[in-house]
Write a protein of this length. Structure first.
Length: 285
């Protein structure tokens, strides 16, 4: 499973690679200094089916308003972009988050959403989930961000990726590569997101009532947010977000924070992020 190249740290061109069994996280050495700025991060794994050898790319933003002394206690917001075939969309799509993060003093991790990048294969969202979990587990090791206060979010197609990432990563009893499979997110937000129930059906041998009781325990202290716009929002979102709300309640026992923005179209606005910030405030530092 592991060769000598994965056992030894690889240093090159100002980047370094941290071996995680069959997976690697690669980021600039300067990230460890905790200086403000945007940092490119790559996550690779032999288990990624769609991202290929290049793996999944992400951009970590440390606002200048966060003192280095507070870096390890600052929340992290993960963001998945919407429908795009451009592999660089993750850099620009989170602009509204970067501006908001400066004021609210949290870190932003904008990740490639491999669902649309793969050619609309929803299963490719699993590559993004694995990469995000890998990166966050590595950031925890070097004390970048408060990993007890990490919210995973997405807009449009990214909303479904965020929901799948949150639900599928919450159970730490799973077997296998823990860095890929598990991360204990504090909550999630699907901003005007897509939803397809067949990709969220619980894989369990428990009867529905026992599973809901189990998942309710896992969800303690966590928040789930769903937003939708008004008549100018995408018709599929107007239909799918209420469906997501119902499925989460019926299959998982999750009562989501559901917010309609009647005057908004299919755009991500600061008003949506205000709702996220309020939910993040519910989490104990």
């Amino acid at each position: 499973m592991c060769n000598i190249g994965r056992v030894l740290a690889i240093v090159y061109l100002g980047f370094f690679s941290i071996p995680l069994h069959a997976s690697d996280v690669i980021f600039p050495k300067t990230l460890g200094e905790g200086k403000p700025g945007k940092y490119e991060i790559h996550a690779t794994s032999e288990f990624m089916a769609y991202a290929g050898k290049g793996g999944v790319r992400a951009l970590l933003y440390i606002p200048p308003t966060i003192p280095k002394a507070n870096l390890s206690t600052s929340p992290i917001v993960v963001f998945f972009h919407g429908n795009s075939k451009n592999k660089n969309t993750y850099k620009s799509a989170a602009d509204v988050f970067y501006r908001y993060a400066q004021n609210k003093k949290f870190l932003v991790l904008s990740v490639q959403n491999w669902w649309p990048l793969s050619g609309d294969m929803v299963e490719a969202a699993e590559d993004s989930r694995q990469a995000t979990n890998l990166i966050l587990n590595r950031l925890a090791q070097i004390q970048i961000g408060d990993t007890k206060r990490v919210f995973v979010t997405g807009f449009s197609a990214g909303g479904l990726t965020a929901l799948l990432t949150f639900i599928k990563s919450i159970d730490n009893s799973v077997e296998g590569e823990k860095e890929l499979i598990f991360f204990n997110y504090a909550g999630m937000a699907s901003f005007k997101g897509n939803f397809y129930p067949q990709f969220l059906e619980p894989m369990t041998t428990l009867d529905p009532s026992a599973f809901i009781a189990y998942f309710t325990r896992l969800m303690k202290g966590k928040a789930v947010i769903l937003t939708v716009g008004g008549k100018k929002d995408a018709p599929r979102v107007q239909k799918q977000q209420p469906e997501a709300r119902q499925v989460l309640l019926e299959q998982y026992g999750i009562t989501a924070i559901f917010k309609e923005f009647p005057t908004e179209g299919h755009v991500l606005t600061p008003a949506n992020l205000d709702l996220l910030w309020q939910a993040m405030g519910l989490q104990a530092p």
